[in-house]
Design a protein around this ligand. Structure first.
Ligand code: DGP
Ligand code: NA
Ligand code: NA
Length: 214
């Protein structure tokens, strides 16, 4: 039988991405709970992390309480990920799997949807920890817009989300898996748990951490 408390093995870095209202925030919490219950220590990270000073500037921008130049806000989102990098690395090295609600892919997808150059958008996030797995919760922009609470924040507009969906497509790489987010919450939950368990086991067997987009 497998020893789940295997010492010296690292946790997996799992990123959840998708359009606004795709369900990723509740699925991320469920995933952490499921992994914990199966005996695999897991923690939730969320970007933007609105608790830091930079995060508060981002939050105020998203609520339209402040206006910022497109490049300025892009760099703040990136800085907000960099300020968590060393904490994330130490948690992974101590064996904790991290479930991360949005990451650098959101950074590039949302900013390039405004028309910024994609390579310019990627540059500030180069060298962040590369995820072992990215789960993209796939839902049509139209369907997402019918979900409760839509339109509360700056980017939650159908035409803009259509552009974001297109930008995400360009970013897909070998670490991505597309999850059909139209299915029931329970189906999506179970599917994500099964995929992630495979990756958690692979990382425990010595796969090393690498750097994003380098
Ligand atoms: P959330 O808290 O997951 O609802 O995200 C807040 C909003 O911010 C959402 O519309 C996605 C957007 N967002 C997240 N990360 C970034 C980023 O790095 N850059 C930009 N421009 N937008 C982002
Ligand atoms: Na949102
Ligand atoms: Na969200």
């Amino acid at each position: 039988m497998e020893d789940k408390s295997k010492s010296g093995s690292r946790g997996a870095l799992v990123v959840i991405e998708g359009l606004d209202r795709c369900g990723k925030t509740s699925q991320s919490s469920r995933l952490v709970k499921n992994l914990d219950e199966l005996g695999y220590p897991a923690e939730l990270f969320r970007f933007p992390d609105r608790n830091t000073v930079i995060g508060q500037m981002i939050s105020s921008y998203l609520n339209s309480d402040s206006q910022l130049d497109d490049r300025t806000i892009h760099l703040l989102f990136s800085a907000n990920r960099w300020e968590k990098r060393s904490l994330m690395e130490s948690k992974l090295q101590s064996g904790i799997t991290l479930i991360v609600d949005r990451y650098a892919y959101s950074g590039v997808a949302f900013s390039s949807a405004k028309g910024l150059d994609i390579e310019w958008c990627k540059a500030p996030d180069m060298g962040l920890l590369a995820p072992d797995l990215v789960l993209y919760l796939d839902i049509s922009p139209e369907k997402a817009s019918e979900r409760g609470g839509y339109g509360g924040e700056r980017y939650e507009q159908l035409e803009f989300q259509k552009k974001v969906a297109q930008s995400y497509q360009v970013l897909q790489d070998a670490s991505w898996k597309i999850i059909d987010a139209n299915r029931t919450v329970e189906d999506v939950e179970e599917h994500m748990r099964d995929i992630v368990l495979d990756y958690v086991k692979t990382c425990r067997n010595g796969k090393s951490l690498s750097q994003l987009w380098l």
